[in-house]
Each structure stands twice: as C-alpha cells, then as structure tokens.
Write a protein that binds this ligand. Structure first.
Ligand SMILES: [Fe+2]
Ligand SMILES: [Fe+2]
Length: 174
C-alpha cells in the first residue's frame, strides 16, 4: 500500500507526541511477535489502520485510529518471560495497556474503545463499539500473524517513517 507524502505527514503529525514520549520508547525493549518489538508492532498496526481508514467508504476519526492503535499494546513487560509476564497475557494485557495509556495521555472514547477491545473475540465481552476499534482489532490480527510468521510487514514508505522517528527528525516536522 503506497501512501502519498501528505498522508505520511498526517500520520506523523498525529503520532509524534506519542512516539517521542519516554514511556512509549520503552516499548523498544520488548519483543511482541517473531523479531518485531512492541514499539514497531504498534507503529505498524497504527500505520496500516490509518491507511485502510482512508480507503474504506466510512467516515472515521483518523487521529483516534492512529493514537489508539499506537497505544493498543502499551503494557510494558515481556510476555515471553515467565518472571515478567502476567498470567493469561492474551486476556489481560489490553487492561494494562489502557491503564498505562490513561496514566500518561488524555484519551477520547474512541481511543479507549480501540485499546480496550483490540483482543476481541478472545476477550468475549469486550466487543468493539466503534468502527475505528473494529478496524484496529482486525489489522492487529493480520499484523500479528505476519510478524509471527516472520513475513515483513513494513511498506517502503514505512521504513522512511521509521528512520525519521528513530533519528528524532520527526520532532522537527509540522
Ligand atoms: Fe495486544
Ligand atoms: Fe497488537
């Protein structure tokens, strides 16, 4: 999926406040699936959710999609290590991610919905209530599967975004 520069700038402008935050940067230290860190996973889910939202025939809050998806796995532990991991990680980590997200950022209802329900249908009663949350829930599953299978998920332009973010140049944009 190719994106225009304008689309990339909209994405960066919505995500930069989160990405430069030291607690978000902590997600670099944890592996999510395969060899993908939690920081990269959240960026990828955010990016593809945003790109899809632009192409679907529904009105959606794109800023909330970007932010909610970036925070959806903000639980800050390595779920592969028994000494750090929470029991039943798949069922409980959305709750920890939401608690962290609320602690460090102001969230709107859609962003809360995205984080809280992203593991549905595993978390049976946490059903997405918004189109935005349903979209992120689906994109997360596809990205997670690809990462687990070691199939590259980064589009060409996404590598450029990662470079901008990783070098700190993102802070100089917009
Ligand atoms: Fe998750
Ligand atoms: Fe995820």
């Amino acid at each position: 999926m190719e994106a225009s520069n304008n689309e990339n700038i909209e994405f960066i402008n919505n995500i930069k406040e989160l990405v430069k935050h030291e607690k978000i940067q902590e997600m670099r230290n944890y592996i999510q699936h395969g060899n993908t860190t939690t920081l990269t996973h959240c960026l990828i889910v955010s990016y593809y959710s945003y790109q899809l939202s632009r192409r679907l025939p529904f009105h959606m809050n794109r800023g909330s999609i970007i932010r909610g998806a970036m925070l959806h796995d903000f639980y800050l532990y390595d779920w592969h290590k028994p000494e750090e991991s929470q029991r039943l990680h798949g069922f409980v980590h959305a709750k920890f991610a939401l608690a962290n997200a609320k602690k460090y950022f102001d969230l709107n209802d859609i962003e809360v919905d995205i984080i809280k329900t992203h593991m549905w249908p595993l978390t049976l009663f946490q059903i997405p209530k918004s189109k935005e949350a349903l979209l992120v829930c689906c994109v997360d599953k596809v990205c997670s599967l690809l990462e687990t299978l070691y199939i590259p998920t980064m589009p060409k332009c996404y590598r450029q975004l990662m470079r901008l973010i990783n070098t700190g140049k993102v802070l100089n944009l917009g």
